[in-house]
Design a protein around this ligand. Structure first.
Ligand SMILES: [Zn+2]
Length: 409
């Protein structure tokens, strides 16, 4: 339970972190500087350092953690951005604490309740419905929309200030996307820490084994199965997620939930169709429903980062500036797309403030865009899905060349 933050070592085994042990554990046995900074943008630095100081150790220098990209978090732009965002939350917080005001607001809580009903409806369909059209087409669409709206925020600890609520929700929905433990390595640690950094961001290498190129259209129909199976197996065999992110220790409860979740997925999506339908119908059900879910996942995730414009300016020293240049927003003027993508269309704001609930991101966009103009930072956004998807596929060749230039292994 040792971490390294700004070149100092800390033993956090006795620290009762307000965000819960799951959030704290992301930085165990690794350089946690980026995680620490990106998850406390609005917390007073003096207060943070006061707590950290209590857990500082001197024998940590012998620990050789994997090197992470060196970023700065207090550039002029970063300070201005964090101050304006903090001021925004001060203006809306009412009687809540500043951190509480960054989580789900009342309206969003009602929406989450309905998405949760959507998830249970999907579990019901997979288990009991013998209507093939419902199982093959409707279920993946409802489970995608309900799932992404709950799981992504829950996995970022941004639904509630109470860790147990985020945990329960992410475990209820997590099996659809992989599993909260796998996801923590791939998304929370790997992808968000060093987004689009060659050899560091596991999202650049999802097609490594089955495809000669790293990212391709074929992956759009298989990605979620790859996340759930291949990447999980490699995580346990090699102790590294996608050959990049070192595996965290797992508690007994987490291990139980992990195995249980994989079993549930296997049963409801792979075994159950064969108990409900004749062979050919069952095979069609499995292939079409899983491919469709994977397609929806990729449609809403790939267009957030994988454009040639997102690789044009590397080596940004400021982490906030880096996150803006490697990310693209899409279809932010449409409420339908906001719901359909689970707020992933405000990808820039999400990457700047990963543990702020996505219900606040449309308001933060105005602040971010204004400051980007002031500080001469390119803010990439596409009007709709069509433009974004077109740009993504037009960029594939050049991206694969860039990404595969350095041999991952
Ligand atoms: Zn995220």
């Amino acid at each position: 339970m040792i971490t390294k933050i700004h070149d100092k070592y800390y033993d956090l085994s006795k620290f009762n972190h307000p965000g819960g042990i799951e959030a704290l554990s992301t930085c165990f046995d690794r350089d946690g500087t980026i995680l620490f900074e990106s998850h406390h943008p609005l917390v007073n630095k003096t207060k943070l350092n006061y707590y950290l100081k209590k857990y500082e150790i001197n024998d940590g220098t012998k620990r050789a953690f994997n090197k992470t990209t060196t970023f700065i978090f207090d550039s002029k732009f970063a300070i201005e951005l964090k101050t304006e965002v903090a001021n925004y939350f001060k203006s809306i917080k009412g009687k809540k604490s500043l951190i509480e005001s960054t989580k789900e607001n009342k309206f969003r809580q009602i929406q989450t309740f309905f998405f949760l009903i959507g998830i249970f409806f999907c579990y019901y369909i997979t288990l009991f419905s013998k209507n093939i059209w419902l199982c093959m087409f409707i279920e993946p669409i409802i489970s995608w929309i309900s799932g992404v709206n709950i799981f992504h925020d829950a996995s970022h600890y941004s639904i509630s200030i109470y860790p147990i609520i985020n945990n329960i929700l992410s475990h209820l929905v997590g099996c659809l996307f992989s599993q909260p433990y796998d996801w923590k390595h791939q998304h929370i640690i790997g992808h968000h820490m060093e987004t689009n950094v060659i050899n560091k961001d596991p999202d650049l290498y999802h097609g490594n084994i089955i495809s000669p190129v790293t990212i391709s259209f074929f992956i759009w129909f298989t990605a979620v199965i790859i996340l759930i199976t291949e990447h999980a197996v490699i995580l346990w065999i090699k102790n590294k997620y996608n050959d990049i992110v070192n595996r965290q220790k797992i508690s007994n409860i987490e291990l139980f939930l992990y195995i249980f979740s994989k079993f549930i997925y296997l049963y409801i999506y792979i075994i159950r169709p064969f108990q409900k339908f004749p062979l050919i119908t069952a095979i069609s059900n499995v292939i079409v429903s899983r491919s469709l879910f994977s397609f929806l996942f990729m449609l809403n995730t790939q267009i957030g980062h994988l454009h040639d414009i997102n690789f044009s300016k590397e080596n940004n020293e400021c982490w906030y500036r880096h996150q803006i240049t490697v990310t693209s927003n899409f279809a932010t003027n449409s409420y339908f797309h906001y719901i359909f993508s689970g707020g992933l269309n405000f990808q820039i704001e999400h990457h700047l403030f990963p543990n702020i609930n996505h219900c606040h991101l449309p308001n933060l966009k105005h602040i971010v865009k204004r400051l980007c103009v002031k500080h001469d930072i390119e803010y990439n956004e596409f009007d709709g899905y069509f433009d974004a998807v077109k740009s993504h596929f037009n960029s594939l060749k050049i991206l694969n060349k860039k990404i595969n230039t350095v041999n991952l292994k």
